[in-house]
Design a protein around this ligand. Structure first.
Ligand SMILES: Cc1cc2nc3c(=O)[nH]c(=O)nc-3n(C[C@H](O)[C@H](O)[C@H](O)COP(=O)(O)O)c2cc1C
Length: 173
């Protein structure tokens, strides 16, 4: 178990997974993390399709333009949102981050993809037209030890104090 901060600091996106199966109770907890996320106006317009059959994971990979790796994950969750809410993308971002962090807490790695052939995916997974397949998250135990470092801009470059023209110097506040 990791505390929340440690979980955020150590999580890296993983696209290569071991064949080891993720237990059902862990999958349930990941879905619960999604369910319990707050949404705009508490609309909870999202719906989650759990995909774990090898044939369906293959279909998901075929329907993807930027996430072919999904074929070899242990399971995936297709996050559908109602695009009539102008905040639906924010909701999608929050829900997947909660699911990814909950997963990492149990040692389950993940990555997301957003590039997809929407029509094909909707047809293949019987998704109604009013729900948009916004993002797919693939999960599984990592194939190898995660040794990478986060490549991120330094805080001094992206954060400001009081006004945008005043760079935040973390040694001075
Ligand atoms: C909005 C968004 C869209 C993304 N789309 C894809 C994608 O289509 N395919 C993919 O393999 N990774 C995708 N990613 C994963 C990013 O490449 C990854 O989060 C970023 O490189 C940081 O990875 P790291 O946390 O391991 O350093 C996406 C991430 C975000 C936040």
């Amino acid at each position: 178990m990791l505390d929340t901060y440690e979980c955020i600091v150590s999580k890296l996106d993983v696209r290569e997974f071991s064949p080891e199966k993720v237990p059902a109770e862990t999958k349930l907890k990941i879905l619960e993390a999604g369910r319990l996320t707050g949404s705009g106006l508490n609309t909870q317009h999202w719906r989650f399709v759990l995909v774990q059959g090898p044939e369906n994971l293959k279909k998901l990979a075929q329907d993807s333009t930027s996430g072919k790796w999904v074929q070899h994950c242990n399971f995936a969750i297709v996050v559908l949102t109602n695009s009539s809410y102008d905040f639906h993308m924010i909701d999608a971002g929050r829900v997947i981050q909660d699911m990814q962090l909950a997963a990492w807490n149990f040692g389950v790695a993940s990555c997301i993809f957003t590039g997809m052939r929407v029509d094909n995916l909707q047809k293949d997974f019987n998704i109604p037209e009013y729900l948009h397949p916004t993002v797919v998250v693939g999960f599984g135990y990592p194939a190898k030890k995660i040794l990478g470092r986060k490549e991120r801009l330094p805080l001094d470059e992206i954060a400001f104090l009081e006004k945008y023209d005043n760079k935040l110097n973390h040694q001075r506040f």
